[in-house]
Design a protein around this ligand. Structure first.
Ligand code: AMP
Length: 230
């Protein structure tokens, strides 16, 4: 892989494994990872003004406004400007409005970043199972993701304890059936227009079969990326 600073945007429904793959890439390649969902939840945990603003949307499964989420991402990129590691954005841009705003930001302020779009493909039926068995570290700085399914490669070795930081594991507020339904609806409503937008500007999209164990998803990701980047 060459040494240019890359920005990978992970597009995929909730539960498709974007965060898990991003964490693996951070570990293996020392890339930086920003999950806009984690950032919003951190504000909620801290009960900050921003946390109060986004809390209702997050609990119900609705989207936070394009302008708010874009401002958060732009600030984060700015803070990381002197860091030459590649960056994964897990869950942003999620709508055409965000994608257009982000393109402008990259063109105006972060010309050094090379953009890649990665699309996670997985049937909805699998997502319900994954989200209903998902556990998350309750330490706001960690938020590592596990599965309560025995034998899963995402199961924690210690019962209800995070392997990374020792925090306790719990369910996410929005991993409940009503919010899951809304989140999937949101995903389908916004994603096809987003993909159509990328196609209209001739942005290639790398498609990954996410309906597999994480190590297989990682292998496919590396293989497709390698082919694209040489
Ligand atoms: P996630 O952790 O990616 O499942 O995101 C959790 C929640 O955070 C979403 O259901 C939204 O309420 C909010 N959120 C995260 N990223 C975005 C985004 N790019 N645009 C709007 N809302 C977002």
């Amino acid at each position: 892989m060459n040494n240019k600073k890359n920005v990978f945007v992970f597009i995929g429904p909730p539960g498709s494994g974007k965060g898990s793959l991003a964490a693996l890439c951070a570990e293996e390649f020392n890339w930086l990872q920003l999950s806009t969902g984690n950032l919003c939840r951190k504000h909620i945990f801290e009960n900050s003004a921003l946390g109060k603003e986004v809390s209702l949307a997050i609990k119900s499964g609705a989207l936070v406004s394009d302008s708010l989420i874009t401002a958060m991402v732009e600030q984060w990129l700015f803070d990381m400007k002197d860091d030459d590691r590649s960056v994964i954005l897990d869950g942003y841009p999620r709508s055409v409005g965000q994608a257009k705003a982000f393109r402008d930001i990259l063109n105006d302020k972060f010309k050094e970043l090379r953009f890649h779009a990665i699309l996670f493909l997985i049937p909805d039926e699998q997502l319900g199972i994954r989200l209903n068995s998902r556990l998350m570290c309750q330490n706001k700085e960690c938020q590592a993701v596990y599965s309560s399914i025995e034998g899963s490669d995402l199961a924690s070795k210690q019962l209800m304890i995070c392997e990374k930081c020792g925090g306790s594991l719990g369910r996410r507020d929005d991993d409940q059936n009503d919010a899951i339904k809304v989140r999937l609806e949101m995903y389908h409503r916004h994603t096809q227009p987003l993909i159509d937008f990328y196609r209209s500007v001739h942005q290639p999209i790398i498609e990954i079969d996410a309906n597999r164990q994480l190590d297989e998803v990682f292998s496919e990701f590396k293989r497709k990326l390698f082919v694209k980047m040489i």
